[in-house]
Design a protein around this ligand. Structure first.
Ligand code: SF4
Length: 191
């Protein structure tokens, strides 16, 4: 199931407006077990601030779907940490390939997101163009074009993330809500 965000691409999302927060090195990585209490407090503060922003974002549902089902990126995306997205994928039996950070570009970065079939179709229509030209035509990065074409060579006709049975957006949202519910119970117990 592909999500076309083209109609909302012009929206300035919270992660763009507050890029300094979302790209804070601490939020980009998981907190190490050895983190001090000061670091844990700062991490929690950053995470809560980013979660509040995502919670009021009109793109939250499609953004979460893409971050869980279509792309494996680091950092805080759609109200979730990378670890939380791993938990949601495990719950829904979803597998995605690790990618470079610009794959969520249509939502949070300067490049736009492209569909696998769009890359393959344009390659067949313009076989004499270089991959750089194709990337410019698609408005994405060269690495994204190469990744899609590699996937197509390995498994012609397959989606970038394989032929698995994909969950619906509702199932992803439900898994996210369950995860948040479990977390709230843990936080209440710890308070
Ligand atoms: S939900 Fe997605 S697009 Fe919206 S602010 Fe969060 S990361 Fe950005």
């Amino acid at each position: 199931m592909a999500h076309d965000l083209s109609s909302t691409r012009a929206t300035t999302t919270g992660c763009v407006k507050y890029a300094g927060l979302f790209q804070d090195p601490m939020l980009e990585d998981q907190l190490p077990h050895s983190a001090s209490s000061d670091e844990r407090r700062r991490y929690a503060s950053l995470e809560h601030a980013a979660a509040d922003i995502c919670a009021s974002c009109p793109l939250l549902s499609p953004c979460l779907y893409r971050a869980v089902v279509e792309h494996d990126v680091a950092g805080f995306v759609a109200g979730t940490t990378q670890k939380q997205r791993l938990e949601i994928r495990a719950r829904l039996s979803v597998k995605v390939e690790a990618e470079d950070l610009d794959t969520l570009a249509g939502v949070a970065r300067q490049h736009r997101q492209v569909d696998h079939s769009e890359v393959v179709r344009l390659r067949s229509v313009h076989p004499d163009e270089s991959l750089e030209q194709l990337a410019r035509r698609l408005g994405c990065s060269l690495s994204t074009v190469k990744r899609h074409l590699r996937t197509e060579r390995r498994s012609p006709g397959a989606r970038a993330f394989g032929d698995q049975q994909l969950p619906t957006q509702c199932q992803v949202l439900a898994a996210h809500a369950q995860l948040n519910g479990r977390r709230a119970v843990r936080e209440d117990a710890a308070a």
